[in-house]
Write a protein that binds this ligand. Structure first.
Ligand code: NAD
Length: 479
């Protein structure tokens, strides 16, 4: 029985694919190359055309069996996995931030992002009959993606959103638009060849703030999904459209006197060094109690950290930040320093250190701009505090209420619980690197979009669905 169903599905799939290639499926303008007019395998120069193509793709996807979604997602995962080295190198060459080994690792991680297997239906059965709740797509989703993980975020969004039956129009960060567009071309071509579906994801080839705004405002876009920093998060939250916002973070780490110090040091280096500290979940500042502070500082150097003295730390600070333009405003981060290697940062202050150093670190007070600002570079400030309550209070203050990520190293259950309650963050990691919160070294699944101010958490296919209820009165209950 199963074999017959499978065979029928395959035949239907092949017929659909053939028809579509011949331009006979009502999918809009099908050129001989299989593209919507004006598009280059999903890459468009204007928002209207990109949305229109994504709308047509949504109509086509809505008619296709679930198996087509599975196939499309498998293609995105396969391309990210098999072409990770080439695509990772292209992303690094274009964005000039981060590390090649971790650009490759992030693309390979797309394999673990949940797809259609994550979808479910709910049922309520009782005297009055049977009611089923199904999780339906929204339609066209507008996605804004960051430069820190341009193609991985796009690919992860495609896996989640297509699993739920949506299509996507993307406004990438201008500094990562080429690699994002290249990914879109490769995905769409391979998906079209395998399924006949085209333009499941469209992208603005030359994106601007205006094109992002036009996507927020477009009537054809049902939901905006934004992954980025404070400016774009604020813009999305002001938009009248439903927005799912994966906003900025400034993850603090607390280390108390009961912690496994060696594990704490190793975890801090592992998390903070990943892609040169570009991750929004990465360890950005450490508050450690005085009784273990020196021991922790020594342990960090055993795990790939290079300690700067007070003068070197001050030098790096003054090169990495300019003073606030107005009193009370933020320090201004020197964008040239973002995502650079530790050895490059060291060279800026006249230090020659081995290439394999993972992070720079040093003791600072809480007012050093590296503490309050989201630096996104491999220098981690360590602040000495008298006790764990002070550490938690500072962690709370310098997380700024983003509600993103907080980390603790402690073996005191009461302290761990207390900090978790006070921080109230989306991710709370204990006794491991930040990545444990995304299923790397911890339980769970990954995503490159962690919806913080809007509360959806680590996004998955269910995040991109709307509920539809189907009620049968007085019937279909068979017990
Ligand atoms: P960014 O805010 O500079 O850019 C993000 C995107 O928003 C880009 O596509 C950019 O072109 C666009 N944009 C910026 N300002 C805009 C505005 N006013 N209106 C419309 N669009 C606008 O961020 P980035 O440097 O690319 O990425 C790093 C930031 O993103 C960090 O703050 C990091 O914490 C955050 N981030 C969060 C997550 C998460 O899952 N929560 C994931 C990755 C990155």
């Amino acid at each position: 029985m199963q074999a017959t169903e499978q065979a029928i599905r395959q035949v239907v799939q092949e017929v659909l694919s053939q028809l579509s290639k011949n331009g006979s499926v009502p999918t809009g303008h099908v050129t001989p190359a299989g593209n919507h007019s004006g598009g280059d395998w999903g890459v468009f120069q204007d928002v209207d055309s990109a949305v229109q193509a994504a709308q047509q793709a949504f109509e086509q996807l809505s008619q296709a069996p679930m198996e087509s979604r599975r196939t499309a997602i498998e293609i995105v995962k396969r391309i990210c996995e098999e072409q990770a080295e080439e695509l990772g190198r292209l992303e690094l060459e274009e964005t000039k931030i981060g590390r090649l080994d971790h650009k490759i690792a992030k693309l390979k991680l797309v394999r673990s992002i949940p797809g259609v297997e994550f979808l479910r239906s709910d049922a309520m059965s009782g005297d009055a009959g049977l009611t089923v709740t199904e999780y339906a797509p929204f339609g066209v989703i507008g996605a804004i993606t960051p430069v820190t993980h341009s193609l991985p975020t796009l690919a992860g969004n495609v896996v989640n959103m297509v699993a739920a039956g949506n299509t996507i129009v993307v406004n990438p960060h201008p500094a990562g638009a080429k690699i994002a567009s290249e990914g879109v071309r490769r995905f769409n071509k391979a998906i079209f060849d395998a399924t006949g579906l085209q333009n499941l994801v469209t992208i603005i080839g030359t994106p601007t703030i205006e094109s992002a705004q036009a996507i927020f405002d477009h009537r054809g876009v049902r939901v905006a999904v934004v992954t980025g920093g404070p400016m774009v998060a604020r813009a999305a939250l002001k938009s009248p459209k439903r927005a799912i916002v994966a906003g900025p973070g400034n993850p603090p780490v607390v280390v108390d006197e009961t912690a496994d110090i060696d594990n704490a040091a190793e975890s801090i280096v592992t998390g903070a060094a990943f892609d040169n500290n570009l991750l929004c979940i990465a360890e950005k500042e450490v508050f450690a109690v005085a009784s273990i502070f020196d021991q922790l500082m020594n342990a960090v150097s055993k795990h790939g950290g290079y300690r700067l003295n007070a003068q070197q730390t001050a030098q790096l600070t003054s090169m990495s930040f300019s003073p606030p333009k107005e009193p009370g405003e933020h320090h201004v981060l020197n964008r040239e320093f973002i995502g650079q290697d530790a050895s490059w940062l060291a060279a800026q202050i006249g230090l020659s250190i081995p290439q394999n150093v993972q992070i720079l670190y040093g003791e600072t007070d809480e007012h050093n701009p590296f503490v309050p600002e989201e630096q996104m570079m491999p220098f981690v400030p360590f602040v000495r505090v008298p006790n764990v309550d002070t550490a938690i209070a500072m962690a709370k203050m310098y997380e700024h209420g983003f509600g993103h990520t907080a980390i603790i190293h402690s073996n005191n259950v009461k302290t761990i619980t207390k900090m978790g309650r006070i921080m109230d963050t989306t991710l709370y990691v204990k006794n491991g690197p930040c990545t444990a919160g995304l299923g790397i070294g911890g339980e769970g699944y990954p995503s490159f979009s962690i919806a913080t101010p809007t509360g959806e958490g680590v996004t998955n296919p269910m995040t991109f669905t709307r509920q539809r209820r189907c009620a049968m009165a007085d019937g279909l209950r068979i017990i």
